[in-house]
Design a protein. Structure first.
Length: 353
């Protein structure tokens, strides 16, 4: 099913001057001391295997001695820009433990492990080729989801912070069967809300390895949250189904469990709750969101065929003529957000009209 829904190879779209201006206005666009292409100059690498001996599709890179010191210093400076005030005062206390390269997927990222030598705490950050689709996806996640996203862009290089959690495919394979009934209901509720959130904000390809489970202890129970970690397929595909994780075969166990432990009325309630939360966030971030949507409306991040397929599909689902009038992915997303905001205001008796 996935092969029919998801494009096998999505092209990368350049950062436009307008989007670059938006990123500058909101502290996302900044000069960094190293570029993605600089990290590609590694001299050798070894494969990385997990504790069970499986190939992780990551390789550990090694650089020529005369380049290593400069590269490590630049990566430490990136860390201070991303997580601190950008000053050099903490550089002596940082160490670059590893620079890993992923051989799988479209973005082929570098994963950098930065350790504080004073207390041995460490954090990961990622260096990737900048793609307008991914930048829009990251910014929309920051504005419309419960999660804050920290990233920087400079020309064709993207720096992202690490999103902590248990990868969805690993959680489903190793933790799923041991979950209590209460946990199953909590997970199902979160999956329904995650499913709805992805659909409304047009984030596609949420296969199980493209999101993580975040577990938080709360008194006598665990709270679950599902967070997207891959944003390459923001507003690109034409089939509306691809924007709903429930239609991807990797999520079938989550779908079956949700249908088993939740009544149809509960599923409808959670979908409505998530649409209401999205409407509230969109309204509270209206000025910045409109600025971002203006960039999308003047950008090219998909094909004419996919744009037509998506707007026609959403029009059939909603009967909202604004979808039919949309000319590009930015206008389609704007119509989707406007649709849920109008419905939220019309259905909420406590809203001041």
């Amino acid at each position: 099913m996935n092969d029919k829904l998801i494009s096998k190879k999505k092209p990368a779209f350049p950062i436009t001057k307008l989007l670059s201006g938006y990123l500058t206005n909101h502290g996302r666009h900044i000069k960094i001391p190293i570029f993605y292409d600089d990290l590609l100059r590694f001299q050798g690498a070894i494969e990385i295997f997990d504790e069970k001996g499986n190939d992780t599709l990551w390789i550990r890179t090694y650089y020529a001695e005369h380049e290593r010191a400069e590269i490590e210093l630049s990566l430490k400076q990136i860390y201070t820009i991303l997580h601190s005030d950008g000053s050099n005062s903490i550089l002596p206390y940082l160490n670059i433990d590893s620079i890993d390269f992923c051989t799988f997927g479209n973005t082929k990222p570098f994963r950098i492990k930065v350790r504080n030598v004073l207390n041995d705490n460490y954090i990961f950050l990622y260096v990737k080729k900048a793609d307008a689709s991914r930048v829009y996806g990251l910014e929309l996640e920051h504005l419309l989801s419960p999660n804050h996203i920290n990233f920087l862009v400079h020309k064709d290089t993207l720096i992202e912070e690490h999103i902590s959690g248990i990868p969805g495919d690993i959680f489903i394979a190793e933790n799923f069967d041991s979950c209590s009934e209460q946990d199953q209901k909590a997970i199902a509720k979160e999956f329904v809300k995650f499913n709805e959130r992805c659909f409304v904000r047009l984030l596609a390809d949420m296969r199980s390895y493209n999101y993580v489970f975040v577990l938080t202890h709360d008194f006598d129970r665990l709270q679950y949250r599902i967070r997207a970690i891959d944003f390459d397929q923001q507003s690109y595909e034409g089939n509306p189904k691809v924007y709903k994780p429930q239609f991807l075969k990797e999520n079938i166990k989550l779908v079956e469990m949700s249908l088993n432990v939740l009544a149809p009325e509960s599923i409808e309630q959670y979908e409505k709750e998530e649409r209401s939360l999205l409407a509230k966030r969109a309204s509270s971030e209206q000025e910045r969101l409109n600025e971002l949507l203006n960039c999308m409306k003047k950008d090219n991040i998909s094909t004419p065929e996919k744009i037509k397929e998506l707007k026609d599909g959403l029009y059939k689902l909603t009967a909202d003529v604004n979808f039919k009038k949309s000319k590009n992915m930015g206008e389609i997303l704007g119509s989707a957000l406007d649709f849920i905001i109008r419905n939220y205001k019309s259905e909420n008796p406590y809203m001041i009209k």
